[in-house]
Design a protein around this ligand. Structure first.
Ligand code: SF4
Ligand SMILES: [Zn+2]
Length: 125
């Protein structure tokens, strides 16, 4: 156990849409009984890439006592569920993160991913 950052899911706000599941590279989030759940806290590194994906604002990161992040548990999880992570795709050009870095972004109330090639045009108009 250690005091560290870890994802927090607000069940009142979560509608179980599942949008947060595939962007988690560690596969830490699953949907159970219509709500997002952390399947194993050792899988969550607290990086918070899921936060911007939630259209309901149900995700945040908190600091508390939690099991240590476990890289080998992540490797095992990914091996057992090879489809749990999907490379994210730029909303503008369609390139995925294997081709160019992509960033989570909010636009007009929606969670989108934008690549670093398209981002300057969004910033500068
Ligand atoms: S994206 Fe948000 S609302 Fe959708 S399942 Fe995940 S936590 Fe729940
Ligand atoms: Zn792009």
């Amino acid at each position: 156990m250690a005091r560290r950052q870890i994802v927090k899911i607000d069940e009142e706000k979560c509608n179980g849409c599942g949008v947060c599941v595939s962007p988690c590279v560690e596969g830490a989030i699953t949907i159970e009984n219509g709500k997002a759940k952390v399947k194993n806290e050792a899988l969550c590194d607290g990086a918070g890439f899921c936060i911007g994906t939630c259209p309901q604002g149900a995700l945040s990161v908190e600091t508390r006592e939690a099991p240590d992040f476990d890289e080998s548990a992540v490797e095992e999880q990914v091996k057992q569920n090879p489809g749990s992570y999907l490379p994210q795709v730029c909303f503008n050009c369609g390139r995925n993160e294997d081709q160019v870095p992509v960033l989570p972004c909010r636009r007009e109330g929606k969670s989108i991913w934008v690549c670093t090639k398209c981002l300057p045009a969004l910033i500068h108009g």
